[in-house]
Ligand binder design. Structure first.
Ligand SMILES: [Zn+2]
Length: 446
């Protein structure tokens, strides 16, 4: 089995640096796993490590694609696998570095769950035009009949997901809920085999310390030329060499449009291009956009950690020991060398020479707590199969219908909502008003 190392973690935590340090110590080369850094140019908006800091370590799958092109996870999987073959044959350690978590997941595991969940058959759109003029409520009723598991999972008004499940039933002749059940059983029996013997370093920093660092980084990006890159992109949109995503919302999550910064500064550049705002107005808009970009960066970092804990760690646990995750604490940059670099090199050296490696939870207290499974974490299969809809016994919708909440999270949010608190208060008042009457009319037993 070929061996690879990987460095994952949130944006701005030092992944690129550790990647280079590992390569220098271990005869390795970097394979980029960041969906933005595959593009040529756009160095600032995509957070590319400056060439000089790469210290001569080759970086593959970086800086090679024209911004007009789209690059997806299947492309990455294919290109990275070729790269790993080549490096392995040259006795170089492939070090996969990047923040696009699902790239790394789909590289390491044969059948990532998300992929097998929506089996892709040959698309035959004409067959589905039958859905076009059907009311969502009727489609939902159809789904309830053929696939009660998925009907229970989806919101009755979520037309897109209802149609997707119906399509799977039409394509495979099997309800999607049934397919998920079979996958779950297979997973229980065989685990989820990994394609590579993998050593993953998760670089982690306490958000309290990380967030100011992320804010500073946004300011630095602006100082060093972020706006030039955004303007260059906008020019390309105007002259038609790149197309803005269409109506399809999912498209915003593809290509370079998902780079944090482009969307966030839209109102600033629109005002600038219209050329009819005072400079103090422009300043104000720029400030707002900067704040928006900082907030988006923090949210992204938070999502990346959630993804590692809720998706990656449970998958690692099913991998029959071929994948190991070590958390390294990068909260305090003053002790980077001892708490990150040296530890990583030591572990990776043992990994390469098949020596005994330390237990991941023994590395630090942070490691012990972050590597534990969150109590409410469930694998994707169980989450669908155990899905629950809740009916609030107190609240009624405006139409006087029962309030149905889809899933635990919605239910918990509902319990804290103003709507629910108002209904509860109202119910209490009604009860209080009724009590004297009831007490008066019911003869006391004593
Ligand atoms: Zn309620």
């Amino acid at each position: 089995m070929q061996k690879i190392a990987a460095v994952i973690g949130t944006t701005g935590v030092g992944k690129s640096q550790l990647g280079v340090e590992l390569c220098k110590a271990l005869r390795g080369q970097v394979i980029n796993a960041d969906s933005m850094q595959v593009y040529k140019g756009l160095d600032i908006i995509s957070n590319k490590m400056p060439a000089i800091e790469r210290q001569g370590v080759p970086h593959h799958l970086m800086d090679f694609l024209d911004p007009e092109k789209e690059y997806n996870v299947t492309d990455f999987e294919r290109d990275a696998a070729l790269c790993i073959d080549k490096l392995t044959s040259e006795q170089q350690l492939p070090v996969v570095v990047g923040g696009t978590n699902y790239y790394i997941q789909s590289l390491i595991w044969q059948n990532t769950l998300s992929k097998s969940e929506s089996p892709r058959r040959s698309p035959s759109p004409e067959r589905y035009s039958e859905f076009d003029n059907v009311l969502t409520s009727e489609l939902y009723a159809q789904l309830c009949k053929v696939d009660p598991v998925m009907a229970n999972k989806w919101n009755p008004s979520d037309r897109r997901k209802i149609i997707r499940s119906l399509k799977i039933f039409h394509d495979t002749g099997k309800p999607q809920g049934e397919i998920i059940k079979e996958q779950q059983e297979q997973l229980k029996r065989h685990g989820l085999p990994a394609k590579y013997k993998s050593l993953i370093f998760w670089l982690y920093a306490d958000p309290v310390k990380l967030n100011p660092r992320l804010d500073e980084r946004v300011d630095k990006m602006i100082e060093t030329g972020l706006f030039d890159e955004i303007q260059e992109l906008r020019k390309r949109v105007v002259d038609g060499s790149v197309r803005l995503p269409g109506q399809d919302l999912e498209k915003y999550q593809r290509g370079l449009w998902q780079a944090i910064g482009y969307k966030e500064f839209d109102s600033y550049f629109t005002a600038l291009e219209a050329n009819n705002s005072t400079s103090s107005d422009l300043d104000k808009i720029r400030q707002e956009c900067t704040e928006r970009m900082k907030a988006a960066t923090r949210r992204y970092a938070k999502r990346q950690v959630q993804w590692i804990r809720n998706k990656l760690l449970p998958t690692v646990r099913n991998s029959n020991g071929d994948v190991q995750v070590y958390l390294l604490d990068a909260t305090n940059l003053d002790v980077w060398d001892s708490s990150v670099r040296d530890k990583a090199i030591e572990i990776a050296t043992a990994f390469q020479s098949n020596d005994t490696m330390p237990a991941p939870v023994e590395l630090s207290e942070v490691a012990a707590s972050m590597l534990s499974v969150p109590p409410d974490a469930q694998d994707t299969h169980s989450r669908v199969l155990n899905w629950k809809k809740y009916t609030c016994p107190i609240c009624r919708t405006e139409k006087g219908e029962e309030a149905v909440l889809n899933g635990e999270m919605e239910w918990q949010q509902h319990l804290k909502s103003r709507w629910h608190r108002k209904s509860t208060k109202h119910q209490k008042l009604v009860k209080e008003r009724l009590r004297p009457l009831q007490e008066g009319s019911t003869p006391s037993a004593s």
